[in-house]
Design a protein. Structure first.
Length: 181
């Protein structure tokens, strides 16, 4: 009887923990979609990596461009944070470039062999993006995001603008997209 109760408990715990991991995290789409205009101030980005190779000015400009080109929410970049409805920060925590990409989580013998044989250049960036309320400074949304990129011919210098673009796409999707959290 104890074994049956233990098995039922363990199955229940697995089901509950699985559901908790699958819950989507909220984003700001619903809060901002009906506003005529959302004024945004993007803080200078920060590079906390040892490498210090990120082009921070370009990263900030790309974040601003991604916001202003968004169609579902009308963002307007402002030059003074006091004029903003929301403030955005981006702190780069990791930048990695490798001449040969690491073996990925692939399934099946064929996938493992193909991944081991094919060599590509690899870049990875992790950054914490935060969106704060302009008036109160309260954090409305904050996540540590990761982007990876592999290409056959991509030196380290070429990887930086490409990985910037990828991490910004992920930020926009996670924070301001209708169907993602």
């Amino acid at each position: 009887m104890k074994r049956v109760l233990f098995a039922v408990f363990m199955i229940g715990a697995l089901l509950i923990s699985h559901n908790a991991q699958c819950r989507t995290k909220g984003n700001l789409y619903d809060a901002l979609k009906n506003k005529d205009q959302v004024k945004v101030f993007v803080h200078d980005t920060k590079d906390a990596t040892k490498a210090q190779k990120m082009d921070l000015g370009e990263l900030r400009r790309e974040i601003e461009d991604a916001l202003t080109s968004r169609k579902s929410i009308n963002f307007k970049i402002v030059s003074q944070k006091e004029d903003a409805d929301i403030l955005i920060t981006c702190d780069v925590k990791e930048f990695v470039w490798m001449e040969e990409d690491p073996i990925d989580d692939v399934y099946g013998l064929e996938g493992i062999v193909m991944d081991a044989v094919m060599t590509h250049n690899y870049a990875r960036v992790q950054a914490v993006f935060s969106v704060l309320d302009g008036a109160s400074g309260k954090i409305l949304w904050s996540r540590k995001l990761k982007a990876t990129l592999t290409q056959a011919e991509m030196d380290e210098a070429k990887s930086i603008p490409l990985i910037n673009e990828r991490i910004i796409e992920i930020f926009m999707m996670k924070c301001f997209s209708k169907s993602h959290g």
